[in-house]
Design a protein. Sequence first.
Length: 156
Amino acid sequence: MAVEFIGRRYKSGIGPVNAAEEEAMGAMSGEADYRVVCTRIGRRSNRHHRFLFALIGIARENYAEPISTENVKEVLKLRTGHVNVIGMASGEVLTLPKSISFESMDQDAFNAWFPRAVDVLCRDFCPGLERHLAMREIERRAGLTFSDPTRQQVAA
């Protein structure tokens, strides 16, 4: 099982940057070896990375059968139209998901894409879930508030 978390380099090593990332890191067994791949977060807010994984968690919990994080991400990319369309010589047209990695999608693109991903969550993973309630739960899980000018403000 892959475990992903946002970490920070300290003098003593690498560790989580906050409680939510510490919880994600807690899924790692203390009695195992891990391959660690580190990439520097630069062009996009790691705060919004937390929103994405909060949304994915809600989708996985509400899907009728077990579904992987990667499969949820692929569905989100396909359903939001974040795709490459490739025409084959045979006339067949393929639709392949684009990357949403930090290296491939800058902050402005993520800000435009994420509200559409919330709509997919409400329509395809949690039918009947109202968008403002979905955002409230995403924010609760991420421990942050998402700035979305298209979002209706809801009284608490």
